[in-house]
Structure formats: structure tokens, C-alpha cells
Write a protein that binds this ligand. Structure first.
Ligand SMILES: Cc1cc2nc3c(=O)[nH]c(=O)nc-3n(C[C@H](O)[C@H](O)[C@H](O)COP(=O)(O)O)c2cc1C
Length: 447
């Protein structure tokens, strides 16, 4: 079994781990102090990050060192760094732990990245519900500023860095990086057309780097322990650890930081295995925007970007949702689409109309009101959203729907032909398929 919690969650056993004292007791801020003392050449830091194999942990897995090299730090204009702490993806609850239990490591990572970019201002954008997280990050910035690790002329180095925490207003779409920039500018959070990309034209039209919380929190450890150490933790093409959040039909749902490449089977074992001794039916490996993988394909799967891609899905944000054989796939997909219908920002017609259309067909299927041909209609509508929207929210509707139907079409056909009776229920009377879902929506729909 692989060892746990070596990077972003390395301090979670420490008492009052969110304080500066606790963080410094495990070597925290040593990378930042060294950089300030030696005035390290930013290009050397970028080289280390490239060598470490760190890839963005926000969903797309873009190579972090490469992203950092896009901003022209010699351009004398104001530059910005934005940390994406929105964490809106259903099934994902990893950044929440960094923000509450290890905020100083994130602050150190933000300071280092800002230094590399030549950015004197950085924003940590937290999702609207993250109140405790906001307070912890505010306290961390205050403590670090009092020690002059942040602020003007940090530790007498001539480097100025201010970090601001910003609370969102409770929206999924602002997790998309350009929607986040709009929101930071005080506008409605809706994605921008790209190009131009944020590295050229970001916050207030200035060069901007945007990274996820887990990505930035990994940086101090890479510089402390070395790029090779980090790279060797993971696989050939993706270095380090990843925090996986395991939910659904397991005995011990939880959050585990493990080396990339850890076998899926080991992860499942850490989560106590499938509940009630049932059988695995399918897995969503990276949050509900990603494609479904069936049980057979998942058994030899390794939790790393390329291996999951070879199974037709993606590692995404690391939200691993386990479904056992009592899951009605129509019901599960309907719950998911309820979320996406609610959260579409409405800017692009295929997403705005398609999300409601898809959800409507699924609701009709469950209510016994679907018509012959509705499975094809569902598939066609979802497929036509893909690639036709400004941001990847369109794929977050399209990919789950098409993969659910591709893998479990007979369940969709069955429910249409049997006036809303689910195939699973008819085989397993009383199966607790509703355990997978978003009860709050269920309750609100009844109002
Ligand atoms: C609809 C949508 C929602 C997203 N939500 C998040 C989020 O909550 N957190 C996050 O870090 N990235 C999110 N992303 C990805 C960001 O746009 C961006 O790729 C990421 O913050 C870049 O950081 P990284 O390179 O460190 O992964 C989302 C993307 C889309 C299309």
C-alpha cells in the first residue's frame, strides 16, 4: 500500500495545523525564505517545477511549469496571480482541506508563484460557502504579513507581495478561470472567449496566471524536497501526489493523498471497499463532469492522467464517485443533470437550452412520461453540446450523458419501455439507489 499525505496534507496530524507556528515547525516557509535571501532566478524555479512533473490539479492537468513560462515577467506592466479555490465540482472536497488545515502552505505557494511571475498582487478566490476557509486564510495572511513574509519589501529583499482572499457568491461557473476573472473584476461571472488567454490578457486586461489550490500548495514542498523527489513519487509523465476524494457506495468515504499512479483497487480498499459487500458497477474518476468508466475497465486502472485517459475518461479534479450494482443509472444521471441545469450560466445557447432539455428528458424517463426514441434524443442533444460552447461546461453536460448511455443503454431503454420502472429496481427490489444524489435538490423540487 502506498504511503499517504506527503505533500499538500503533510501537516494534517499537527495540532492547530493552520497556524504559522505549526507550519514553521515542519519546515514551512523555508523555500520562500531561501528564495528571498538568494533572490533566486525565477527561470530556475520554473525549471524545477517543469522537472517535477507537476500538472494542474484543477481539472485539465496542464503542465504547471509550462504555464508559468507563458507570462512575460520582463513586461513592466502590473501582473497578477489568481489562485482558484472555488472547488465546485460535485464529488470533490480536497481544496477545502488545504484551505482549512494547511493555509500557510498555500500562501507560501502563492507567494512563490507570484514572485516567479513578477506579480505584486495575488488573489485567492474562494467559493462563497467557504466561510471557515476564508477566516483561516485571512488569519494566515495576517500572521505571514506580521512576520514580513508578505507585504512590502519581504524580509528586506526588495520583493513586494500582497495576497487578498476573495469570497465568491456561490456559483459553479466561476471555477472556470476566465469567469473567475470577470467575477474578480466585479462583473457577473461568465466565461470569456479565448484567445486572448489570461497569460496575455487576464485580470483587468493584464498578464495573469491562474492555478488551482492543490497545484500551488504543492510548490513549496517541491522546492524544499527537490524536483526529483517529487517526480519520483508519481509516474513517468505526472509527478507527485494527488488528493482523491472518494464518495458514493463505499464503506468509508474519505479524502486520501496518494502518489499518482496508485492502483484504483488500492484506493478502493482505503475507502473500506464497496458497501454491504455489493459489487462495483461503475466509477466516475474525476468529478461528475468526467466520463463514466465501467467496473471491468476500472479494476486494473491506475490513478494517473494517462492511464485514466486510456480508459476513455479523465482524472479531472480527483472526485472519485463509486457506484455499486444497486445504482439506477438513469436516476444517478438525472441527479447530476439537475446540478448542471441549475449552474449553466446561460451565455451559450447549446448549454443553456441543452442542459434543461437533457434534464427534462431524464425527469420524464423517471416519471414514466418518456416517449419511444427519447434515449436517442437524449444522446443527440447531449452530443450536440460538445465543442459548441465558450467553456468546457458544455462537455460537463455532454460527457456524462453520452458515457452513461454508451455503457448502460439497456437501462435507459428499459425505463422508457416500462413507464418509469427502473431496471435495477425490477432486479433488486428495494435497492437503495437513491443513496447517490443531491437530497437538497430533491427537497427543493417538492416545494
Ligand atoms: C465549468 C468549469 C468549472 C471549473 N471549476 C474549477 C474549480 O472549481 N477549481 C479549479 O481549480 N479549476 C476549475 N476549473 C478549471 C479552471 O478553468 C482552470 O483550468 C484551473 O483553475 C487552472 O489551474 P491548474 O492549471 O492549476 O489546474 C473549471 C473549469 C470549468 C470549465
Amino acid at each position: 500500500m502506498n504511503s499517504l499525505n506527503q505533500v499538500c496534507l503533510r501537516n494534517t496530524d499537527t495540532d492547530q495545523s493552520w497556524t504559522l507556528e505549526a507550519y514553521e515547525s515542519i519546515g514551512g516557509y523555508s523555500a520562500w525564505r531561501k528564495i528571498l535571501k538568494e533572490k533566486t532566478d525565477p527561470n530556475l524555479i520554473i525549471e524545477q517545477i517543469k522537472k517535477s512533473g507537476l500538472r494542474g490539479r484543477g481539472g485539465a492537468g496542464f503542465a504547471t511549469g509550462l504555464k508559468w513560462s507563458f507570462v512575460d515577467r520582463d513586461n513592466p506592466t502590473q501582473k497578477y496571480l489568481v489562485c482558484n479555490s472555488d472547488e465546485g465540482e460535485p464529488g470533490t472536497c480536497k481544496d477545502t482541506l488545504i484551505l482549512t488545515l494547511n493555509p500557510h502552505q498555500l500562501i507560501e505557494g502563492i507567494a512563490i508563484c507570484a514572485y516567479v511571475m513578477g506579480a505584486t498582487k495575488a488573489y485567492n478566490y474562494l467559493r462563497g460557502e467557504f466561510i471557515l476557509h476564508y477566516k483561516r486564510c485571512e488569519a494566515a495572511i495576517k500572521e505571514a504579513t506580521e512576520k514580513n513574509l508578505l507585504g512590502a519589501d519581504c524580509l528586506g529583499s526588495g520583493v513586494d507581495i500582497e495576497i487578498f482572499n476573495v469570497l465568491g457568491a456561490g456559483s459553479y461557473i466561476v471555477g472556470e478561470e476566465t469567469a473567475m476573472l470577470e467575477s474578480l473584476e466585479g462583473k457577473r461571472g461568465m466565461p470569456r472567449y479565448k484567445p486572448p488567454f489570461p497569460a496575455m490578457h487576464g485580470l483587468y486586461g493584464k498578464p495573469t496566471t491562474i492555478n488551482n489550490t492543490e497545484t500551488l500548495a504543492s510548490v513549496p514542498v517541491i522546492l524544499e524536497k527537490g524536483a526529483d523527489w517529487f517526480a519520483e513519487l508519481g509516474t513517468e509523465r505526472s509527478g507527485g501526489t494527488k488528493i482523491f476524494c472518494i464518495s458514493g457506495h463505499v464503506n468509508k468515504p474519505g479524502v486520501f493523498e496518494v502518489p499518482l499512479g496508485t492502483p484504483f483497487k488500492d484506493l478502493l480498499e482505503m475507502a473500506g471497499g464497496i458497501r454491504q459487500g455489493r459489487k462495483l458497477k461503475a466509477v466516475i474518476p474525476g468529478g461528475t463532469s468526467m466520463k463514466l468508466i465501467n467496473a471491468n475497465d476500472s479494476l486494473d486502472m491506475k490513478m494517473d492522467y494517462s492511464d485514466i485517459a486510456s480508459k476513455g475518461s479523465a482524472l479531472g479534479s480527483g472526485g472519485v464517485i463509486i457506484m455499486d450494482d444497486s445504482t439506477c443509472m438513469v436516476q444517478a444521471l438525472c441527479h447530476m443533470m439537475r446540478f448542471y441545469e441549475e449552474e449553466s450560466c446561460g451565455q451559450c445557447t447549446p448549454c443553456r437550452e441543452g442542459s434543461g432539455w437533457v434534464y427534462g428528458i431524464l425527469k420524464d424517463m423517471l416519471a414514466g412520461k418518456a416517449k419511444p426514441g427519447d434515449v436517442d434524443e437524449l444522446y443527440r442533444v447531449a452530443k450536440n453540446i460538445e465543442g459548441r460552447t465558450i467553456c468546457a461546461f458544455g462537455e460537463a453536460i455532454s460527457w456524462p450523458v453520452t458515457s452513461f448511455v454508451d455503457l448502460f443503454r439497456e437501462e435507459f431503454e428499459f425505463i422508457v419501455a416500462n413507464n418509469g420502472k427502473s431496471m435495477v429496481e425490477s432486479k433488486l427490489p428495494g435497492a437503495n439507489h437513491l443513496a447517490f444524489g443531491w437530497p437538497a435538490y430533491e427537497q427543493r423540487d417538492k416545494l
